[in-house]
Design a protein around this ligand. Structure first.
Ligand code: 4NP
Length: 161
């Protein structure tokens, strides 16, 4: 069983979308018994809230159901998950500050590490919260590509250290 945790700032836009997209790809691949997916936020500001209605609407148009509730990241998540995947550089910096030990540091990755394009198209998944409709679609485009690439790697170990 591989356990994946997506992390963004508020856990209402990017990481719940990544969670729903990867879950659907896992279901389509028949891998539900092999991989679990969750998401969390670096802020607790939106705790208990459903994902942002704009993200839910754009995701629904592509067939994804965003049914998670925002929750803040816990130190225990570093023990409970195999890969902790942040959306942008600020997320990654925060995760490295919060990681309790070296093994936890080793689990931290950036979503765009899984950009399948060479050279890479994307350096980060941009925060759409203060953006417009096209920004939400752009996030979903990036997440669909990177989740597909992530899924391909899930039989490989996350880190050799
Ligand atoms: P997310 O987007 O990190 O993709 O969930 C945001 C949601 C809320 C806020 C910032 C980013 N906020 O500042 O409340």
């Amino acid at each position: 069983m591989t356990r994946i945790l997506f992390v963004c700032l508020g856990n209402i836009c990017r990481s719940p979308a990544a969670e729903a997209i990867l879950k659907k790809q896992i279901k389509d691949a028949g891998l539900e018994n092999d991989i679990t997916v969750d998401s969390a936020g670096l802020l607790d500001y939106h705790e208990g809230e459903r994902p942002d209605p704009r993200m839910r609407r754009h995701a629904a148009l592509r067939g994804y159901v965003l049914d998670s509730r925002s929750r803040p990241l816990k130190t225990k998540d570093f023990l409970d998950f195999d890969r902790i995947i942040g959306m942008d550089h600020q997320n990654i910096e925060a995760l490295h500050r919060l990681a309790p030990d070296a093994a936890s540091q080793c689990k931290i990755q950036k979503m765009t590490d899984y950009d399948p394009a060479r050279p890479q198209r994307y350096t980060h998944v941009p925060d759409p919260y203060y953006g417009e409709s096209a920004d939400f679609d752009h996030v979903l485009d990036i997440l669909e590509d990177t989740c597909r690439e992530l899924l391909k790697t899930l039989s490989a170990p996350p880190c050799s250290a």
